[in-house]
Design a protein around this ligand. Structure first.
Ligand code: ATP
Ligand code: ZN
Length: 299
């Protein structure tokens, strides 16, 4: 391994892999991924990508084998708690949260389970809970003064109640379809998670600079992905109303050749908001509305 180059660990194969590679590539880190290779060397920057199991990433970063890693906050926080049991100091730091890998670690109980208890904490009292996240669950129970028995399962946690291994489970949920298919109902949320970028605490100054540059690029790419660039034609007399609808501080406004009543307007808009305002714009007289993706957004 070349310690002169920044080592970034990402998941080899799983839910986070494609988005990690796409994000790095949008940040200008071109990675020639070769199947079954542990390390891929970036051609245009002093960076190597390590392709590993997601559960190993916090440990690799903690030990400095990898300088940086991308992993779910769920795995990151579970490993942090494990590490804190033996050591006092924080093992690694979180540089930034990413916009993908969204899920939550939630309790879920069988649909026909005893519903006579009033609160969710009463539901959990004296139960057996199956989970792949014993430290996070244990910490949550302790903070809420709940006594319960935790059973560790590496996978297929949703099957535990049917197999008679547990009353309740605590597992990752995104759409909820797996819970539904297993006749389970989601309860209290332990942790809301996304992928995060973590780094070792003692990087060389060169690598520290490179990570800071990378974080800035990631933020630029993520901000851009939330926005659209909008071009439209607006009647001059409705300009104020249209600017109010777009909630834009400084749109670019240009005259249209041969038409004194209309102007062209360029503006950045949050994508989520766009459909909500499109109809309002039309009724305010906007026309030829063009919506374009933004690749990067540097403040
Ligand atoms: P590996 O083989 O690398 O150990 P894995 O099976 O543990 O992979 P994946 O199922 O690929 O892991 O999930 C990786 C991460 O994706 C999770 O730790 C979590 O942060 C995120 N994630 C997002 N949605 C979900 C979901 N519905 N279920 C599980 N994980 C999810
Ligand atoms: Zn895993």
């Amino acid at each position: 391994m070349n310690k002169e180059r920044l080592q970034i660990a990402i998941q080899k194969s799983g839910r986070l892999t494609k988005q990690c590679i796409d994000l790095l590539s949008n940040c200008g880190v071109k990675v020639p991924i070769v199947k079954d290779r542990l390390i891929a060397s970036c051609e245009n920057m002093p960076i190597d990508i390590m392709l590993v199991r997601d559960d190993d990433i916090p440990l690799l970063v903690n030990e400095g084998i990898s300088d940086v890693g991308i992993v779910g906050l769920n795995v990151c926080e579970e490993e942090k708690l494990k590490f804190k049991k033996d050591n006092d100091n924080e093992p690694f730091s979180i540089c930034t949260s990413l916009k993908y890998g969204k899920c939550r670690l939630s309790f879920a109980y069988p649909q026909l389970w005893n519903k006579s208890k009033k609160s969710w904490s009463q539901y959990l009292q004296n139960t057996t809970i199956a989970t792949s996240y014993p430290n996070l669950v244990g910490d949550f129970l302790k903070k809420n003064n709940i006594k319960a028995n935790i059973v560790y399962m590496a996978g297929s946690v949703e099957a535990a109640p049917r197999l008679g291994k547990a009353d309740i489970i605590c597992d990752l949920v995104s759409s909820g379809s797996t819970l539904l298919a297993n006749n389970l109902v989601e309860g209290e949320i332990v942790l809301e998670s996304t992928a995060v970028l973590i780094k070792n605490k003692t990087l060389s100054s060169e690598n520290e600079n490179l990570v800071n540059r990378l974080v800035k690029r990631i933020e630029a790419v993520q901000q851009a992905s939330e926005r659209k660039y909008i071009l439209l034609h607006a009647p001059r007399k409705s300009l104020k109303k249209i600017c109010d609808i777009l909630d834009s501080e400084s749109p670019s406004i240009m005259p249209l050749e041969g038409d004194n009543d209309m102007v062209a307007l360029h503006v950045l808009c949050k994508e989520n908001d766009f459909w909500d305002i499109a109809e309002e714009l039309k009724s305010a007289g906007a026309s030829s509305i063009l919506v374009m993706p933004v690749e990067k957004l540097l403040p």
